[in-house]
Design a protein around this ligand. Structure first.
Ligand code: DAT
Ligand code: MG
Length: 151
């Protein structure tokens, strides 16, 4: 069983553009389970922590200013293979190269406003969930659909 959790966030552009329900519904309809969700405005310092891997990149400062510029919808989604397949649902980093049918391919145009974040592997998923959520904010429950999704 590859049951795992990933950190997904709708960035300020996605929130401001009214894309919350559109994006949440794609994860929900796929069959993944929502285990945590909150709307937050991260500080610049918090954004720098979230994107610490990119601190040497020329766009780092602008990226952190942007992430902290407005509400972010932070979520944790659970399911078999959700880390890797969640990235597939999201699409390539640069929306001009994302496939149609993906979130970025369908809903975004430029890399600096690509509307959504998703953890890129098991280690980052663990770190990002711990950065954005306290353990008690992760809700454990049984979904009635599980037996129909996993058999
Ligand atoms: P992803 O969000 O697909 O994991 P990433 O981790 O490489 O991509 O970069 C994080 C964010 O930084 C990305 O969603 C948008 C921004 N970014 C990446 N490359 C960029 C670039 N060349 N110019 C401007 N912003 C960029
Ligand atoms: Mg990344």
């Amino acid at each position: 069983c590859r049951m795992e959790r990933t950190f997904i966030a709708i960035k300020p552009d996605g929130v401001q553009r009214g894309l919350i329900s559109e994006i949440v519904s794609r994860f929900e309809r796929k069959g993944y389970k929502l285990v945590a969700i909150k709307l937050v405005v991260p500080s610049k310092q918090f954004a720098e922590k979230h994107y610490h891997d990119l601190k040497e990149r020329p766009f780092f400062n602008g990226l952190c200013d942007f992430l902290s510029s407005g509400p972010v919808l932070a979520m944790v989604w659970e399911g078999e293979g959700v880390i890797k397949y969640g990235r597939k649902l999201i699409g390539a980093t640069d929306p001009s190269k994302s496939e149609p049918g993906t979130i970025r391919g369908d809903l975004a145009v430029v890399v600096g406003r690509n509307i959504i974040h998703g953890s890129d592997g098991p280690e980052t998923a663990k770190d990002e969930i711990a950065l954005w959520f306290q353990p008690k904010e992760l809700v454990s429950y049984t979904s009635n659909e599980e037996k129909w999704i996993y058999g």
